[in-house]
Design a protein around this ligand. Structure first.
Ligand code: THU
Length: 126
């Protein structure tokens, strides 16, 4: 599955999702897109609110999409701004990707495509 990831399409899906963000406080539109283990793609965008700390990252709404559209696992993830810049998942979201994708889940990073085991070493496990 890893070798069949269409990263160009995944990155473009993340950019399209970023355009749908609700981010009146930061004005940073973030989109996330993931290829799932059944071949479908799920996306998310950040949804902010006035209690800044309660803002939902793009990866959070994407995790909701994963569950709401059939479950499964993340296989490959790309996060982008609406302008197309590569963005890395924050610490909280790395934990989310780790749990829903596992250590082999691939992530688009500034250092190239890397597995979650390198993006979040020594991850917390419950
Ligand atoms: N944000 C994400 O959507 N994903 C991350 O992994 C980090 C940050 C959002 C939250 C907030 O709406 C904006 O980026 C600025 O922090």
């Amino acid at each position: 599955m890893a070798s069949t990831v269409d990263w160009t399409a995944l990155r473009a899906a993340a950019v399209r999702a970023a355009a749908l963000a609700y981010c009146p406080y930061s004005n940073l539109r973030v989109g996330a897109a993931a290829l799932c283990d059944d071949g479908r793609t799920v996306v998310g965008c950040n949804v902010e609110n006035g209690s800044f700390g309660l803002t939902l990252c793009a990866e959070c709404t994407m995790a909701g999409q994963l569950r709401l559209t059939g479950g499964g696992r993340f296989v490959a993830v790309a996060c982008r701004s609406a302008a197309g810049e590569l963005l890395m998942p924050c610490g909280r979201c790395r934990q989310l990707l780790q749990e829903l994708g596992g250590p082999d889940c691939l992530v688009d990073t500034p250092r190239g495509v890397l597995p979650m085991r390198e993006v979040l070493p020594d991850a917390f496990e419950f």
